[in-house]
Design a binder for this molecule. Structure first.
Ligand SMILES: [Zn+2]
Length: 265
């Protein structure tokens, strides 16, 4: 029997927020996923993410993070505690994320740019020191986020769900960094443009689940919805789905250092 299922990696999933997780993971496996990168956002979310990865070993791989959205709720000692937590668990992780800067005015009202940059710099320093790839949230902060990554010792970075300027995107590609496509690539103009302008060599797939997507019909994403990201990328690029699947999965496994562990034939 010929197995037509495409092997995919969801490179950015908030599994600690997904309802009915065991079922969602099973559905993901049925849909062809070979790995999920589970990203954390703060101390509690990182703890849950480590537990989930432990329970679903060899399928869920953890990245620990410090999200700019969560900074507003954290005092300096909690930030330090989270940085220490990331460092203490660094050997268990395949990357650091979700981290970054968010210049939406509501986010800045809770944690100003300087505070966000200070935290971002500290996690980039950890990622550089331990040679870990980073998953970066760069909403409305594309240039600053890119500059800070480039100025750090980090070698591998993905600017997840990229919707920013083409000028910064060219720099991202020139540096050998990545962007990742979400199911919003089905309909969101800026994201579609970014996907179109990015070579397959610099592209990963993700869901950012459990984010709610859709224009007319809304739905809450699950890891299996990475197929929507795949189909949208294939459509935008006019490239066969199996070609996009093979390349983005190869990229993802290399990016997170999983090529030796997961064989995709
Ligand atoms: Zn996210």
């Amino acid at each position: 029997m010929i197995n037509n299922i495409l092997r995919l990696v969801d490179t950015h999933a908030h599994l600690d927020e997904v309802e009915d997780l065991d079922k969602a993971i099973e559905e993901g496996k049925q849909a062809g996923l070979v790995a999920i990168i589970a990203v954390g956002q703060d101390y509690e979310s990182n703890l849950k993410t480590l537990d989930i990865a432990e329970k679903h070993k060899n399928f869920v791989y953890p990245a620990l993070g410090l999200h700019p959205w969560n900074l507003g709720k954290m005092d300096a000692s909690k930030v330090d505690l989270t940085l220490r937590q990331i460092e203490d668990n660094i050997k268990k992780t395949v990357g650091i994320g979700e981290i970054g800067l968010d210049y939406d005015k509501r986010v800045i009202a809770a944690a100003d740019k300087e505070r966000q940059k200070e935290a971002f710099k500290a996690v980039l320093e950890l990622a550089g020191r331990y040679n870990k790839p980073v998953s970066v949230h760069a909403r409305y902060s594309w240039k600053d986020s890119f500059d800070m990554v480039r100025e750090s010792k980090v070698k591998k970075a993905v600017f997840h769900w990229y919707t920013g300027f083409s000028s910064v995107l060219r720099d991202i590609i020139a540096e050998g960094y990545f962007i990742s496509a979400t199911p919003a690539a089905e309909y969101h103009d800026e994201h579609r443009r970014a996907v179109k302008e990015t070579p397959l060599e610099n592209l990963l797939l993700e869901t950012d689940c459990p984010v709610t997507y859709g224009r007319e019909t809304k739905y809450q994403a699950r890891p299996s919805d990475v197929i929507r990201s795949l189909k949208a990328v294939a459509q935008i690029k006019g490239t066969a789905e199996n070609v996009v699947a093979a390349k983005t999965t190869e990229n993802a496994l290399k990016f997170f250092g999983l090529s030796g562990q997961i064989k995709v034939i």
